[in-house]
Design a protein around this ligand. Structure first.
Ligand SMILES: [Cu+2]
Length: 1012
């Protein structure tokens, strides 16, 4: 490169003792110190515009002995601390590069760079360009021609100028002009990309003035029109303030109750992370953002350095000025300087550790970059599994990933960049492309083949995203080789008479080269260490590269796009390592001419066999915009993976502990509400097989005996105890619905009567008319469609063949009759509507006239917003004749049928399926997304009914019901349970759900709770 040396080095000063790790990014103090060394090279008051002040990484010949000594715990060799600097003399085109040795206190070199080498843009410069454009009289004259409505707001996006060899030696900016939707003109977050304008001023950034105003073609060809008066166009917003949002999303929280499994130790300005046998150091710089150093697994060397090296986004529109649109977001701007300040609960879910960084500003001062990397673990589905089909025993381990994520915003566009590690020794680099398409205006009524219309008057041109990942490997050491496998069919022969055999052949890459994938032969690249062999199969240890297919650079070989993006024409480049060769598109990409990147390095044809090689992996997408990509595109996900091949002696994740419910604590939501599980296991000898519950073996035996009695009840002379009568507490009429205790019947329509031979499936002895008239105020039932062709809902218990409690229509009519006859009563229905379509429920409610008598929460209290204090009083419900409250277990849609309330948004329940009287619990058990120690501010339902277990089946315990429902204070009795729950909730329990309500004294219990 043409250069001119600036001044001489300062005389040697006393060497400084610097204890930073050789890979630690520069500190605030080092940035200031470096800037002052550079300033001292110039006459006082020279105004310098700093671009980069960043770590000048040590030569590998120095760094490797350091890392080895560090790993062995030996004393560390000395490495001088150097800082790399680029800067301008402000408001000139004089661009300089320098290295300052902070240890020796000397400027080692400081040169002015030659033609066609330009620095990236920076934030201050971009704001300055926006201002210069808007203040330019020529630009203002063009804006005036638009005749915009009063109060309109123009927005300017400066773009890197690009290169076409036509009068483009000076550093310039092409700017794109937009306006905000006039309806949201004062909101700076309104999406201006939805209203692009055809005026495009060009700014010379040395002089900081508009040197030309381009007009964009907006038709099918190159025709340029005079600026026309603006025709009103609709906006297209992405900010939630302007949108109507869906309302049926429930929380999904990531909880790590014992903390994370990773450890981050901060060492000066870098961080060392240990996780699941992995260890590595994280650095961060202005250009690459995250950099990983010294990546090891189980102490074995894997990668010396990993980073995103470059990316290129060439656009498809061939017309001026779009033909120059070809962004190098790392070299033209910088992944580090554009990194977002990440936020808890937004960018990263779960238990998050943030890493912050320090970069520099244009004055040479430190710039704090908080939370630029988030570190967290995530579940990645099943890691491995096998079930022994003979024994049914499943061995299964879930896969956990460690994610280091950074997000960059490049004007309109976003990239979410992440390194991900797993427990099987695999490392993945993931890119998610999102953000807003770069848009341009297009005339109404036409289309063009190089772009997609994504909004009226808005064209998003096709473009490629081509990424280049730099991989500096050290697979069990630094002498590595690149090989590729291909699978080929075996020729037909006596040995392969059916033509089915195939073999895998390995080919060595001996010289630096650009190489391609070939999916037809399953070509797979591997980085091997031939000197280290697998102890089991003798193969060289290796890591293979999994990269997705993509269309490489489309622009022709003579184009500036092709020449500049030296990495973009090959899937793989492999070169011999050289210090300071980090960027595959060259060190200075802004308006570059090519010749300084990885294609040029590969052309040196150096030996890379069993040597220190570096591999660049290219991947990307051809982004043909969809209308769904606007106003913000859903993430497009790309992954490159590095996986061990013959590196370990077995599955390295085999020692991950088995996946168990005890550890993972999943929640059952498909479970049928209140439905006892039917275990199909009957002991051949008819023995009672129950859980070994503790309090009383006698009770257990009693339950066995109960079934003998139940069987004996086939006789006609059995008469259930007559029901009692509800005794309301009048003062509660003026209190809220949510402040009352009601008795509810479990499986209300499942009746155990003489007619069905005292069916063991029965939960009650009296029908719902009797239940309501006695004083039951909540009826619980299950809804079923007997078969899929039927549109009838029947209230069966678990299975309509076993227990059919009648149809929903007659059930609702009975309820309606009761409500009509008792105009001051409020009744609640709870349905476990096992998958029945909502419209059948709505029809039944309409037919019965109950939709109009139902309580409907006001809009602001729906969707889980209803708290105890929000419920109306009984008097209010009576006054408005909204006297039926209905909860459904699933399938509710409060937007369509706001009177069918989704149960878990309004109440919680205690455990059910109780088999022993001392097990009635008060702690909230469902919904299970709430922890058991938390009492939600919602209605409570106490499940208080007992099951008997006999011959492996569980059925409602009828003979013990007089004790279960008793108004006493012994364990197992209803009063005891109710009072205990009132103590825990610090308010009355709302529903006591019982079986065989006629037994015991449920209404005395209700009165007792309501009266106190
Ligand atoms: Cu894109």
């Amino acid at each position: 490169m043409a250069t001119q040396t600036i001044g001489d080095s300062l005389p040697l000063r006393v060497a400084k003792q610097i204890s930073s790790h050789p890979f630690a990014p520069v500190s605030s103090a080092e940035i200031k110190e470096t800037a002052s060394h550079i300033k001292a090279q110039w006459p006082t008051n020279t105004n310098l515009h700093f671009k980069t002040i960043t770590l000048f990484e040590p030569a590998k010949a120095e760094a490797v002995p350091f890392l080895e000594a560090e790993a062995a715990g030996h004393s560390l060799p000395h490495i001088d601390r150097r800082v790399f600097v680029t800067y301008y003399l402000r408001r000139t085109n004089q661009f300089h590069e320098a290295v300052v040795n902070l240890t020796q206190q000397v400027v080692e070199y400081n040169v002015r760079l030659g033609a066609n080498m330009h620095a990236p843009g920076d934030g201050d410069e971009i704001f300055e360009i926006e201002r210069v454009c808007l203040e330019d009289p020529g630009v203002q004259a063009e804006i005036a021609k638009l005749q915009l409505p009063e109060g309109s707001k123009i927005v300017i996006d400066p773009w890197i100028y690009g290169a076409d060899g036509v009068e483009d030696d000076e550093r310039m900016w092409q700017t794109f002009m937009y306006m905000r939707d006039p309806a949201h003109a004062d909101d700076p977050d309104s999406n201006h990309y939805a209203i692009p304008l055809s005026i495009s001023p060009v700014v010379d950034s040395s002089r900081m003035e508009v040197i030309r105003i381009d007009h964009m073609p907006t038709g099918k060809d190159n025709t340029i029109k005079e600026t026309q008066p603006w025709k009103p166009k609709a906006g297209n917003e992405y900010i939630s303030d302007f949108l109507e949002l869906r309302t049926d999303l429930k929380p999904l929280n990531v909880v790590q109750p014992e903390g994370t499994s990773f450890n981050v130790s901060q060492q000066g300005t870098s961080h060392v992370i240990d996780w699941q046998k992995w260890s590595f150091r994280v650095g961060f710089n202005l250009r690459e953002g995250m950099v990983l150093y010294n990546v090891k697994y189980s102490g074995r060397d894997l990668f010396y350095r990993l980073s995103l090296s470059d990316m290129n986004i060439p656009y498809a529109d061939p017309r001026h000025p779009f033909h120059k649109k070809s962004a190098f977001d790392l070299g033209d701007a910088g992944a580090g300087i554009m990194a977002n300040d990440l936020k808890l609960g937004c960018d990263c879910l779960g238990s998050i550790h943030y890493l912050s960084a320090i970069l520099n500003d244009d004055k040479g001062e430190p710039l704090d970059m908080p939370n630029v990397v988030c570190v967290h673990e995530q579940d990645a589905g099943i890691g491995w599994k096998h079930t022994n089909y003979r024994t049914g025993r499943a061995a299964i381990a879930r896969s956990r990933e460690l994610v280091l994520q950074s997000i960059i915003t490049v004007a309109n566009y976003e990239y979410i960049l992440a390194f991900m590690f797993n427990q099987a020794g695999e490392l993945t680099y993931e890119v998610r492309a999102t953000g807003i398409l770069s848009t341009q205006p297009i005339d109404d009524g036409i289309e063009v083949p190089w772009g997609t219309i994504v909004h009226p008057g808005v064209l998003a041109a096709h473009h490629q995203h081509i990424f280049s990942l730099r991989v500096d490997p050290m697979i069990d050491g630094h002498a590595n080789r690149l090989v590729y496998d291909e699978a080929h069919a075996m020729p037909r022969s006596d040995f392969n008479p059916h033509g089915t055999g195939y073999t895998v052949k390995e080919t060595l890459v001996e010289q630096s080269a650009g190489l391609d994938l070939d999916f037809d032969v399953n070509r797979t690249f591997k980085i091997q260490n031939a000197a280290v062999r697998n102890p089991v199969n003798g193969k060289p240890v290796a890591y293979k590269i999994h990269a997705p297919p993509f269309q490489k650079m489309i622009s022709d070989k003579e184009s500036f796009n092709y020449k500049r993006a030296e990495f973009a024409d090959r899937n793989i480049y492999a070169v011999k390592y050289r210090d300071d060769e980090l960027f595959s598109g060259g060190k200075y990409t802004n308006q570059s001419r090519g010749g300084t990147g990885v294609r040029s390095w590969a052309e040196r044809k150096e030996n890379i066999l069993d040597d220190d090689l570096v591999v660049f992996v290219q991947f990307g997408i051809n982004h043909v915009p969809r209308i769904e990509d606007f106003p913000v595109m859903p993430c497009e996900i790309l992954k490159v993976a590095f996986k061990p091949v013959n590196f370990f002696d077995k599955n390295p994740a085999i020692d991950v502990p088995p996946s168990t419910q005890d550890f993972n604590k999943s929640t059952l939501v498909s479970e049928q509400h209140k439905q006892p599980s039917v275990e199909g296991k009957v002991e051949a000898n008819g023995n009672c097989v129950g859980p070994m519950w503790s309090p009383s073996l006698l009770l257990f035996l009693l339950q066995c005996i109960e079934y003998s009695i139940a069987t004996a009840r086939h006789h006609d002379d059995f008469k259930p105890t007559p029901p009692g009568t509800r005794q309301p507490v009048p003062s509660l009429y003026l209190r809220r619905y949510s402040e009352q205790t009601f008795i509810g019947t479990h499986n209300a329509p499942a009746i155990r009567t003489a007619e069905n031979n005292w069916s063991l499936s029965g939960n009650q002895h009296f029908n719902i008319s009797v239940q309501l008239n006695a004083g039951i105020r909540l009826l619980q039932a299950q809804g079923h469609r007997p078969n899929s062709s039927s549109d009838e809902i029947r209230l069966c218990l678990f299975n309509c063949a076993l227990m059919d409690g009648g149809d929903l229509d007659s059930y609702l009519l009975t309820v309606k009759d009761f409500l009509d006859a008792n105009s001051k009563e409020v009744v609640t229905l709870l349905f476990v509507n096992a998958g029945v379509d909502l419209r059948y429920w709505m029809r039944a409610y309409r037919n019965a006239g109950l939709d109009l008598m139902s309580y409907t929460p006001p809009l602001h209290l729906r969707y889980g917003n209803m708290r105890i204090a929000d419920w109306p009083t009984i008097a209010q419900m009576v006054a408005t004749n909204q006297r039926l409250v209905t909860f459904v277990f699933s399938g509710a849609n409060e937007a369509i049928a706001p009177y069918l309330l989704l149960e878990w948004r309004y109440l919680f329940e205690t455990n059910f399926g109780i088999e022993a009287p001392n097990q009635f619990d008060c702690r909230p058990a469902r919904p299970r997304w709430e922890p058991p120690w938390y009492v939600p501010d919602r209605l409570s339902l106490m499940n208080h009914f007992l099951y008997a277990k006999f011959l492996g089946f569980r059925d409602p315990n009828g003979s013990y019901a007089s004790t279960t429902n008793a108004a006493g204070f012994h364990f197992g009795e209803l009063s005891e349970h109710g009072v205990r729950c009132r103590g825990l909730y610090e308010r009355r329990p709302n529903i006591l759900l019982v079986a065989f309500f006629n037994e015991g004294d449920v209404f005395a219990v209700e009165k007792g709770l309501n009266a106190h």
